[in-house]
Design a protein around this ligand. Structure first.
Ligand code: PMP
Length: 459
């Protein structure tokens, strides 16, 4: 038995994988990745793949970036761990907090560090509740989120997530949350409705929910600037400005979940810059370290921070924090990563390469299997449908997308299938030639998928 075979058997025997069909894993086993370089990763069988999803929407600067390795090594040498409880701090956490205050939208000047996006959104919920308790508004606790949203998998953040798979069999939602209609015109627009009318309907729904439940019970609206893990779903034009205006009028905090859209993904520094959102709170993770270390950050407005500070001054310690909040190695890597993004102009590269990616993908609009091509910047999706005219989905959603996903591997391409939509979110360093290489592998796979569908989807 080769070493890789025995490690595959061991993986099946002992490793319960996240977001994996456990029974299927027992028969197909793992794909074991060994190394990466730029936009490519290599498995233990010697296969090379274009990482069209930057790992999990996250490896912004690409694989094999030695500056991040060196930043981690130096910090591990000097001080591998120290906590930030009870007034303790460390250089990288301080510097990264200041840097984030500088580059995020105006007014977000305070940072709370966590390890993951899910913990970041749990922290958001707790800050929002703490804030309203401090202001003497104990009833103002509900969250507004959207169906199709992805905000994480911990008990509270998964409650905000608007995907059935994250609620079913987990007894969720477990916090007071109302999910509004998913703002995706292609799928949720009604026959004969224009995009502008669809947007009017979403806004009317928001106003109705606030009127029905009472603004004095609703604490915050949370949204990803572009829903990502739910299918890469850009909202209709004008949506964010109107949502924001209504929230302000009703004293409802606006939370931008920028776990994917932060640090240049849409070709602007943050997704909030892309849509003109001025959030009260913002969740960041993934590209904050290009996922070389686990790290997330909650950005907090001056106003919300002031209420927290004064309340904790009155009642004592702010009772929230993780052992690894502000971890020196993670924040050192984060700081170096943000410097690389700045020095190499990767936000501008994402804008320029994003344009090219969307130009190249546009031709698939004419493909018989393709219903919609969408996205912004270096974030895109191509949705496959059973019938172009009626937009009908395939009878077993995810089957065609799943087939495509597996097939793409054999052409050296990793994309994500979200149901039958194929998502792209390549590293921010991608070049025009590499976009062409990625789109070529996509096209070959798409044609093979069409042939397989036409043949009646044989097993
Ligand atoms: N929010 C958004 C928008 C995300 O895309 C994700 C992860 N895909 C999360 C939160 C959760 O982050 P994590 O997996 O680090 O907990």
């Amino acid at each position: 038995m080769t070493k890789s075979n025995s490690s595959h058997i061991s993986d099946i025997a002992h490793h319960l994988h996240p977001y994996t069909n456990a029974i299927r894993h027992e028969s197909v086993g793992p794909i074991v990745m060994e190394r990466g370089e730029g936009i490519y990763v290599y498995d233990d069988q010697g296969n090379r793949y274009i990482e069209g999803l930057a790992g999990l929407w996250s490896v912004g600067v690409g694989f094999g970036e030695k500056r991040l390795v060196e930043a981690a090594r130096k910090q591990l040498d000097a001080l591998p761990f120290y906590h930030t409880f009870a007034h303790k701090s460390n250089g990288p956490a301080i510097e990264l907090a200041a840097k984030l205050a500088e580059i995020t939208p105006e007014g977000l000047n305070h940072v709370f560090f966590t390890n993951s996006g899910s913990e970041g959104n749990d922290t958001v919920i707790k800050i929002v509740w703490y804030y309203n308790n401090a202001l003497g508004r104990p009833k103002k606790k509900k969250f507004l989120a959207r169906t199709g949203a992805y905000h994480g998998v911990t008990i509270a953040s998964a409650s905000l997530t608007g995907l059935p798979n994250n609620h079913r069999d987990f007894d969720l939602p477990a916090i007071p949350v109302h999910h509004l209609t998913c703002p995706h015109f292609y799928r949720y627009g009604q026959p004969g409705e224009t995009e502008a009318q669809f947007c009017d309907r979403l806004i009317a729904e928001l106003e109705e929910v606030i009127a029905r439940e009472g603004a004095d019970t609703i604490a915050a609206f949370i949204g990803e600037p572009i829903m990502s893990a739910g299918g890469v779903l850009p909202p209709p034009e004008g949506y964010w400005a109107r949502v924001q205006e209504i929230c302000r009028k009703n004293d409802i905090l606006v939370v931008a979940d920028e776990v994917i859209t932060g640090f240049g993904r849409l070709g602007t520094a943050f997704g909030s810059d892309f849509y003109g959102i001025k959030p009260d709170l913002m969740t960041l993770s993934k590209q904050i370290t290009s996922s070389y270390q686990p790290l997330a950050a909650v950005m907090i407005s001056d106003e919300v921070y002031r209420v927290i500070a004064e309340n904790s001054g009155k009642i004592g310690t702010f009772g929230h924090g993780y052992t690894a909040s502000g971890h020196p190695v993670a924040t050192a890597v984060g700081l170096e990563n943000v410097k690389i993004i700045e020095e190499r102009g990767l936000v501008a590269n994402a804008a320029a390469m994003g344009k090219i990616l969307h130009q190249r993908l546009a031709k698939f609009r004419d493909h018989p299997l393709v219903g919609e091509v969408r996205g912004a910047g270096l974030l895109a999706a191509v949705e496959l449908v059973a019938d172009k005219d009626s937009r009908a989905k395939f009878p077993e959603p995810g089957k065609v997308g799943g087939w495509f996903f597996n097939r793409a591997h054999s052409h050296g391409l990793i994309v994500r299938n979200i149901g039958d939509a194929l998502a792209f979110c390549p590293p921010l360093i991608i070049t025009e030639a590499q976009i062409d290489e990625m789109v070529k592998a996509f096209e070959i796979t798409l044609d093979e998928t069409a042939t397989w569908v036409a043949a009646g989807m044989p097993a």
